[in-house]
Write a protein that binds this ligand. Structure first.
Ligand SMILES: [Mn+2]
Length: 377
């Protein structure tokens, strides 16, 4: 008997806004998010899977366009023509019960199954496997929906392999993934599933260890923000009839590299940062330089100018300035010390509720730069 294969993805976030990027870059990144989904449907065909399983947040509907929706439907139709089912669990970003939900009836072709309702329902995949899914709903946000699962839905031999799809936060690690539809290791055990397909956490994560039940987050297909540093992947899950063995194989999905550079301008000359950025320059990469530590009038960095100088070297470079003006200015001119002292006097005179550390530091930086005849804007 042939094994049964499922391709597991989640959190595609089609038409994600990328509001931190300049407009022209946002447009490119949104196309790349769609490209990620197209790549995954390609992988589904290459690996001749029985079903593509999308566990929540397929869409990021803040600005979901008709074109994207139509192109997505076309991708799923092409899968159906190859005999591959598409199974969709609506997540917290594309909730089925929200106004203007993309899951309106009749949009998707046959062989695309959207899990609906307020509880888990089953969807058969061929003869030997059943996927259970439940859409994320605002009402169930704090609910442990998987608790006591097998008592409510006792395994039936006709069910074959049991896969449970859940969009929510796994609590089994020291840093819990938030409080959206939480799932504990005991809840995983309660499912008596052969595989739990998770969604919601945006980095790939194997959650099998605490409960001893294969349970994974695939992560997003495209890096959506600066917490998404690990490589992107989709999960090929193989079920061997008779053996009861489940194999999970991560399939790499290409995306733009992210480059995170931390630099302390108070400790090293700025030239070092420039020459480092020249050596790692990559027109495909999203780069972020975080400036940190104490600075004084002599080593202030003009972030905008640094971005401008490196503009051609990266797909996009952003400088985040987290430096603080040093409390005891070293080797500073008399007039600079005077300026800082006067500013401090003014700040000390303000009522408690008007204290804003960041704003005060910005004032120090702009003032010190102005004394050197420089405009930091
Ligand atoms: Mn998500």
């Amino acid at each position: 008997m042939r094994d049964i294969r499922i391709l597991h993805t989640a959190d595609v976030h089609l038409d994600c806004l990328f509001s931190e990027l300049p407009y022209d870059r946002r447009v490119v990144r949104r196309q790349e998010v769609f490209g990620g989904l197209r790549r995954v449907t390609g992988l589904a065909r290459e690996h001749r899977v029985d079903a593509l399983l999308i566990v929540g947040d397929l869409f990021d509907p803040q600005q979901l366009s008709r074109e994207t929706l139509a192109q997505t439907v076309a991708l799923f139709r092409a899968l159906a023509d190859n005999g591959i089912l598409t199974l969709i669990v609506p997540g917290n970003h594309d909730a089925a019960d929200s106004a203007g939900s993309p899951y309106a009836d009749g949009i998707f072709p046959p062989r695309v199954h959207v899990f609906r309702g307020q509880d888990f329902t089953a969807c058969r995949v061929g003869e030997g496997l059943t996927v259970w899914g439940m859409p994320f709903t605002a009402a169930a946000r704090r609910q442990r929906s998987l608790r006591g699962f097998a008592e409510r839905f006792p395994p039936d031999p006709k069910e074959g392999f049991r896969v449970v799809a859940h969009h929510g936060a796994f609590t089994g690690f020291s840093v819990p993934e938030g409080d959206y539809a939480p799932v504990t290791p005991e809840d995983l055990l309660d499912t008596r599933a052969h595989y739990v397909a998770l969604g919601h956490h945006h980095n790939p994560r194997d959650c099998s260890a605490p409960a001893g039940i294969p349970a994974w987050y695939p992560g997003t297909l495209t890096r959506l923000d600066w917490t998404n540093l690990p490589d992107r992947q989709a999960l090929l899950v193989r079920f061997r009839p008779g053996a009861g063995v489940v194999e999970v194989q991560p399939l790499p999905v290409d995306d733009r590299p992210m480059l995170l550079v931390e630099f302390s301008p108070g400790e090293r000359p700025l030239d070092e940062l420039f020459s480092y950025l020249e050596t790692v320059a990559d027109p495909r990469a999203l780069a972020r330089v975080v400036l940190e530590g104490p600075v004084d009038g002599a080593n202030l960095v003009n972030s905008r100018r640094l971005e401008e100088a490196m503009r051609e070297r990266f797909f996009h470079l952003r400088v985040v300035d987290r430096t603080r003006v040093a409390d005891s200015p070293r080797a500073m001119s008399t007039i600079a010390s005077l300026f800082l002292a006067r500013l401090q006097q003014h700040l000390d005179g303000l009522p408690e509720e008007a204290h804003d550390r960041e704003l005060a530091d910005l004032a120090r930086k702009h003032g010190l730069a102005a004394l050197r005849g420089e405009d930091l804007r």
